[in-house]
Write a new protein. Structure first.
Length: 310
């Protein structure tokens, strides 16, 4: 009998910001993931990298500013670095947690590239703010390089595109590792965005929305369930208002209706609902669970969280 296959999307809250926060958060995430492993599930994990890739980009830019002989680090390389060091903390924490329970399971982090469309409209309208605050002179120098900047408090910061993901390059490797009963950490931070140029893949100066890649990854491995772990207990109607109301269960038709009513915030919950609808598609066997990391066990038991089904 086929084991239940679960894709887990760890949001910013599940990873912290600083390195000590990240290590502490990884241990907390590992306990929840170990519970699922002990329930005999096959697991693939993707994660946010917002603060981490920003810190890496800032550090590498500052290094280049101080030591001009060293080449500036491309955004795609910064994304790869973030995948490596977040994956390292997660796989260490998950392995340790499992071994403390008497369970041995290999945990692998896979450096993952994601193809994007060079003509995606996002490249003409970049929106994602990254890196340190720059002076006007530094901002002008960035623009001469072909990069985009935007005014912020105290100066300027660089902005990059957030194109839609088209294809996960290493998907076959992810599936092979899962079939071999390994826990896989992949497509971290949305994946490393790359442009297809003949037989070559070229890193793109962009970032990919983590919710979109979570849905693409879950669909690619044919997961039964996508767990989206965020900073709220469940999805709400009238969120933030006096009469906000939790939604514990909804079908796809209801989710679309709520979106049309403007119930879900553009920058937070709406992308998660859109990802859920895309992943579920026409599959009556697929579901999505949205909840907080600390509430995952209760949510799986049906005591909290929001479940979306066809």
């Amino acid at each position: 009998m086929r084991k239940k296959r679960i894709a887990i999307a760890l949001g910013h809250d599940a990873l912290g910001t600083t390195l000590p926060e990240q290590q502490k958060a990884a241990k907390k995430a590992a306990k929840a993931i170990a519970d699922l492993v002990q329930d005999d599930c096959e697991i693939v994990i993707t994660h946010s990298n917002g603060p981490q890739v920003g810190m890496i980009h800032t550090a590498m830019s500052e290094f280049h500013r101080l030591y001009t002989d060293y080449t500036a680090t491309p955004m795609a390389v910064c994304s790869a670095m973030s995948q490596g060091y977040i994956g390292y903390d997660l796989q260490q924490a998950i392995r340790s947690e499992l071994m403390s329970r008497g369970v041995y399971r290999t945990v692998s982090t896979l450096l993952t590239q994601v193809v994007v469309d060079p003509y995606d409209d996002a490249f003409y309208h970049p929106t994602k703010v990254i890196g340190r605050v720059m002076s006007e002179e530094e901002a002008q120098a960035e623009e001469k390089k072909g990069n985009h900047v935007t005014p912020v408090e105290g100066g300027y910061r660089r902005i990059v595109a957030a194109p839609a993901p088209i294809e996960i390059v290493e998907l076959d490797a992810i599936i092979t590792l899962m079939d071999a009963n390994q826990i896989v950490i992949a497509a971290g931070g949305g994946g490393i965005p790359v442009l297809q140029q003949g037989t070559r893949l070229k890193g793109a100066s962009a970032v990919i929305e983590k919710d979109l890649i979570a849905g693409l990854l879950a669909d690619g491995v044919n997961a039964d369930q996508l767990l989206i772990l965020t900073d709220v207990e469940c999805v709400y109607k009238d969120f933030g208002k006096e009469k906000q109301e939790p939604i514990y269960m909804m079908d796809c038709a209801a989710a679309r209706k709520y979106m049309e009513e403007g119930q879900f915030g553009e920058g937070n919950m709406r992308p998660k609902i859109e990802t859920a609808l895309s992943f579920i598609g026409d599959f009556s066997t697929r579901s999505v669970l949205i909840t907080k990391l600390g509430s995952l066990r209760e949510a799986i038991q049906g005591r909290t969280g929001t479940v979306i089904r066809k």
